[in-house]
Design a protein around this ligand. Sequence first.
Ligand SMILES: Cc1cc2nc3c(=O)[nH]c(=O)nc-3n(C[C@H](O)[C@H](O)[C@H](O)COP(=O)(O)O)c2cc1C
Length: 257
Amino acid sequence: MSKITILSEIKRDKPFNEKLPKINSKEFDKVIKSRRSIRVFTNEIIPNDIIKKSLDNSLKAPTSSNLQTWEIYWIKSKNIKKKVIEACLSQPAAKTAKELFVFVSRPDYWKRNNQMMLDYLNSKKNPPVGVLKYYSKITKLAYNQGFMNIFGFLKKIYVSIVGLYRVIPREPTSFSDMKVWSQKTTALACQNFMLSMRAYGYDTCPMEGFDSFRLKKILKLPKKAQICMTIGAGKRDPSGVYGKQFRFDNSMFIKEV
Ligand SMILES: Cc1cc2nc3c(=O)[nH]c(=O)nc-3n(C[C@H](O)[C@H](O)[C@H](O)COP(=O)(O)O)c2cc1C
């Protein structure tokens, strides 16, 4: 096996210059600092365009190999909403939420999306050779775990031996690794969504207090799909802020090495 190329190593034939907008960092800080997990929402309706913009913003999150192995269920049906609330243990953040969203990671979609990426690249006049190679060879090696994880197991042995002598990407080599891989990407979409809602004057509460088995059944999701978070959204009711934001001291977590 030759040296494994990662996406960021692939050089473009032509430089691409993206215009950078001016950013008001103070406003950004305000968004970060005022985002709280809100447990009680008012009855105020969230305008559709704000929801759509925030959903769009959520899908602008970075995603591993740009494979976008995520799905967002915007719960619109009253009947499904009732069931989702129950599956979320009827917690107040779900019960009072004006809108409910279920963010789902789909590690099983890597192959489909990889093919979509190849189709997209091949539809271009001069697809970049390095990127084409990445999606036709490298991702297939990286994300394929094979029948009964046999290929993943062989990869694990390979990386353990070769890794003794040189730097090598070690995961994913199992479906569990694939779940973690896809959950990371989906969690970033969740955060984009919550910050976007905040920036537009609305609030959210991420929830993992739910019955994943029932929730998957309600949404007709296959076994390999993983619920990342359920997010309740709406206008915050002052009683929905349960206290001052508390974090342990930064020095415990930020290591300068
Ligand atoms: C993955 C995840 C799962 C969470 N699950 C719940 C939940 O089920 N119910 C809830 O009320 N809050 C939930 N929270 C919110 C946290 O309790 C909250 O983020 C934390 O207490 C810090 O408060 P803050 O978000 O206001 O800063 C969850 C947060 C995360 C990131």
